[in-house]
Design a protein around this ligand. Structure first.
Ligand code: AMP
Ligand code: FE
Ligand code: FE
Ligand code: ZN
Length: 273
């Protein structure tokens, strides 16, 4: 069984429709796939229908934007109730903050580069959740940079004069909210922070106390050495170890199935529902 439980569609910052993500998943010989758009579940229905068509088991997921000590932390959640009011309120607030933040970044950029908010809106297409990747696309369209990666390393990275953060709930509170909605929370790429920064163990321990079930270990942005230390930590804290592609279509080099979750780990996530 080939299990990839972290992918994105154009509902957030991926480049394919949810149905096309599932078609690509079929081409990549995946058996179980989760769609985890940032702060939105708007792709679930389309992805589920397409997955069914291709004989893929669909897992409804989401990557929740959260924070810990002022730094950005990504939290995956699976199978939560899509109509839980607390979840809806939490992600609606974040999505709204993301729009104001993106506008603030564009205001800074416009002083030095030929980009406008209208360009970013045009690039974001039908995205429900706006992010820096859409600003990156506007910079690419304006021929300021060659691709998204260059936009991030040269202009949009935290610490750059053009970087503006956005509001997001504390990770512990987000874990509780997703758990209360019947979700299975899994910490996304905890050691993939900016400039090699790693999420402190004390934060992970607090998340475990709040109901964290798993931790994404096998991810392109983790070195082998980091994966080793994360496996040991997962063992110590009783966390399920996952591996995923974090596929974003052509928006990132990540390929479907490049990292996988074992059947045993997936069964443990299901058992935690
Ligand atoms: P934001 O959520 O607006 O802060 O933007 C973060 C998103 O940008 C992440 O979810 C990634 O998908 C994307 N991202 C981060 N670094 C890169 C990169 N080097 N190239 C392409 N996309 C990136
Ligand atoms: Fe993303
Ligand atoms: Fe992420
Ligand atoms: Zn992701």
């Amino acid at each position: 069984m080939r299990i990839d439980i972290h992918t994105h569609s154009a509902v957030s910052d991926g480049t394919q429709t949810p149905a096309d993500v599932m078609a690509s998943a079929k081409d990549a010989n995946l058996d179980i796939v989760a769609l985890c758009d940032h702060d939105s579940m708007a792709g679930w229905d389309e992805a589920r229908s397409a997955a069914q068509l291709h004989g893929i088991q669909f897992v409804p997921g989401m990557e929740v934007s959260t924070r810990a000590h002022g730094t950005s932390v990504h939290l995956l959640s699976y199978w939560h109730d899509r109509s839980a009011p607390d979840v809806d309120a939490m992600i609606a607030k974040t999505r709204d903050a993301r729009i104001h933040r993106a506008q603030a970044i564009v205001e800074l950029l416009a002083k030095d580069f030929p980009v406008t908010w209208a360009d970013v809106v045009a690039q974001s297409g039908g995205a429900v959740t706006v992010g820096r990747p859409h600003i990156a696309d506007a910079l690419v369209a304006a021929e300021v940079v060659a691709d998204r990666s260059a936009a991030f390393t040269e202009i949009l990275r935290p610490g750059s004069a053009y970087y503006v953060p956005h509001y997001a709930p504390e990770v512990v509170s987000a874990v509780k909210t997703m758990r209360a909605a019947g979700g299975v929370p899994v910490l996304a790429h905890p050691y993939a922070g900016r400039a090699g920064s790693e999420l402190p163990t004390r934060v992970i321990e607090r998340a475990v106390k709040a109901g964290l079930v798993g931790i994404e270990v096998d991810h392109r942005d983790h070195t082998d050495e980091q994966r080793g230390r994360l496996r040991a930590l997962a063992d110590q804290l009783g966390l399920v170890v996952t591996g995923s592609s974090d596929y974003h279509g052509t928006g990132k080099p990540n390929q479907l199935g490049e990292n996988l979750t074992t059947e045993e780990a997936f069964a443990q996530l299901e058992a935690a529902r």
